[in-house]
Design a binder for this molecule. Structure first.
Ligand code: ATR
Length: 273
């Protein structure tokens, strides 16, 4: 049996062990996947120990993604760009590869699962933290007609726009400037939603037929998903689908087999109804 784990803090509510167990059963893989509470200051020791004991792969979540990025011996291109790693892979020669499957996870949920077009559409991202940094490169790849980052602290948004300028145009603004603007897709990448808060959004911000996506997920409907529903969004989704999709991409890196995500998403969705 081969060992995998997710490290983070807090970790007790993580759905990742459940998701990977469902994937392993579905694809007949003999593997064990556990969750371990690891604070930032013991990340290196815990990770060294995990791989020394024969661990094959690790997921890293809040607050460890930047540390995992520094830890990896090699990085995939998408992890290098994101400056964050959510998946570590022990390779045949014992070296550790760092990847970031979050962006692909988001794209798969938007495009494949929900048929939400990104090419030629106007996209707005709320917030300018690590989550935004991870999704800007994959979104730019889809050639939207505009990609705007809005943040309270506009300087943080500008820093991300500058970092990715070579990949495509990214505009930035503050919340007051959203008045008179419209977007086809609004993605919430702030940490506000989970505490029930919502950034100040003007009423006509979402185009007719537009959709909303909250990177966060919870057992209850998030404040931003509620906002989308109240503003007639075609789709107003939380990040559960992205969570399962990023896990599937990690599973593929580790095991070389792509699990079928649809039944897993359906099961987890049913459980919170
Ligand atoms: P992560 O790595 O998950 O993206 P983060 O780096 O702490 O988390 O970033 C959180 C983002 O949410 C920040 O951009 C923050 O805005 P500021 O940079 O202006 O602080 C944003 N955020 C958090 N709470 C918010 C709120 N109530 N309204 C608007 N933005 C909020």
């Amino acid at each position: 049996i081969e060992y995998y784990a997710v490290f983070g803090q807090p970790i007790s509510h993580s759905k990742s062990p459940r998701i990977h167990k469902l994937f392993a059963d579905q694809t007949s893989q003999l593997m064990d996947y556990s969750a371990q509470e690891v604070p930032a200051d013991t990340f290196t020791v815990a990770t060294n120990h995990f791989f020394a004991e024969g661990g094959k792969g690790l997921n890293c979540t809040v607050p460890l993604k930047e540390l995992a990025w520094q830890y990896a011996h090699q990085l995939t291109e998408r992890a290098r760009l994101a400056k964050a790693v959510n998946t570590l892979v022990c390779q045949a020669d014992g070296s550790i590869l760092g990847d970031n499957t979050d962006g692909t996870g988001l794209l798969n949920d938007l495009i494949v699962n929900h048929c939400i077009a990104l090419k030629g559409v106007r996209i707005l991202i709320l917030g300018a933290g690590g989550a935004t940094r991870g999704i800007v490169p994959p979104l730019l790849e889809q050639k939207p007609s505009a990609l705007v980052i809005v943040n309270r602290n506009v300087g943080k948004a500008q820093a991300i726009a500058t970092d990715f300028a070579a990949l495509g145009p990214v505009q930035t603004c503050d919340y007051a400037s959203l008045i008179d603007q419209q977007f086809d897709l609004i993605i919430n990448a702030t940490s506000a939603s989970l505490s029930g808060d919502l950034p100040p959004l003007p009423p006509a911000l979402l185009s007719a037929g537009g959709s909303c996506y909250d990177l966060a997920y919870a057992n209850q409907v998030t404040a931003f998903v509620k906002w989308g529903l109240a503003n007639n969004a075609t789709h107003s989704l939380d990040g559960l689908g992205m969570l399962v999709e990023q896990a599937a991409e990690a599973f593929y890196l580790w095991r070389g087999i792509r699990p079928n995500t649809a039944p897993v998403i359906e099961l987890l969705n049913d459980e919170r109804k």
